[in-house]
Design a protein around this ligand. Sequence first.
Ligand SMILES: *Cc1c(COP(=O)(O)O)cnc(C)c1O
Length: 423
Amino acid sequence: MPINLDMIEKWDREDSLSKYREEFYLLKDSIYMDGNSLGLLSKRAEQSLLSMLDSWKKRGIDGWTSGEEPWFYLAEKLGEMSAPLVGARSEEVIVTGSTTTNLHQLLATFYIPDAERTKIVSDELNFPSDIYAIQSILSLKGYKPEEHLIAIKSRDGHTIDEEDIIASLKEDVALLILPTVLYRSGQLFNIEKITKIAHEKGIIVGWDGCHSVGTIPHKFHDWNVDFAYWCNYKYLNSGPGGVGSLFVHEKHFNKTPGLMGWFGSDKQKQFDMEHTFLKAKNSGAYQIGTPHIFSMAPLLGALQMFNEIGMEKLRVKSLHMTKIMMSLIEQELSHFGFKIINPKEDTSRGGHISILHPEAARICKALKEHRVVPDFRKPNIIRLAPVALYNTYQDAYDTVIILKEIMQNKEYEKFTNEREVVA
Ligand SMILES: *Cc1c(COP(=O)(O)O)cnc(C)c1O
């Protein structure tokens, strides 16, 4: 049955998460479909940032150890609050660094090449920064990245076949680094299965959770994932440049971080100022320098909502919204040359949908003129993320209808088909 407005209104009325929309600062007269790139500000996140400023204002240096949220323990506290989102033990997650710096840290720790194993496997569709970090560690250790980084090829240019991942896990591989969800096509990998197979071959596995944490439930601990890292400014709404997170499985707590710094110390010992590094006995050991308090503070308020609702519920709504959106695209846009490139099954679809069109760059500009905020990715991909916390079914519907009008009237033709500086 075709989707109509009555159905859309009914889904919105029956949506038990709809009250959370009011907690966000929605952009005026706009439909925001870009929560997978930069989530919106919530009132709670704003409040937690303001209260941290207040703590500095009123306490000066004593803010480190006093006040509602003493800064000295904030990274651990946020790690504990993030743990349920990724299925971790409290001590396995720490909020620190950025996605890229955390990967550098984790590679410096977990990439231990020996006579047999020197290669790092990743994929050719991975985010460039992850690839640069892998190339760096190989160069630092004296290995040529061209030979020692194995990038699994995509057969269709958008997704990676599980078989090809498995086939790449040869005897000379030390590490496997993959995104949980590919940032362009939104393909979700079977994290548990791939981790298990890699382990059977003696390979350590790390996952980049940037496009899944906050939209998909995980069980990193039970799945025996060695390490993971992600950013908090996408689905988790912690703000531009918000501090990232990392997970290290407790079975690795005996390891010494590759990049040591005093904030990785045992907290009781840190201020002894000894020149012998006494590391924290948990993922806190992977911190390097003084935490960026104001870039962490919004996460406090933002995470409360995720913990109130629980990831399972958010995933159900997210999957339903993306499914409805795909159906609407097929129903309304079939004559305009769009191709849906994200996997369609619930088990391998992330939180956004991805559509391909040769005029994608300028179609996105036309959408913006109509106050729909999409996300363009080179060369010709439009990503649309209906976010369970703050988008409505009506948003998804209106986006597709506006897109249809743009195509019917060829409104995109007045723009150039090139990306903007930040796209
Ligand atoms: C967003 C994103 C990044 C960004 O890394 P930063 O260090 O936070 O700038 C890295 N990898 C992936 C897969 C991403 O989606």
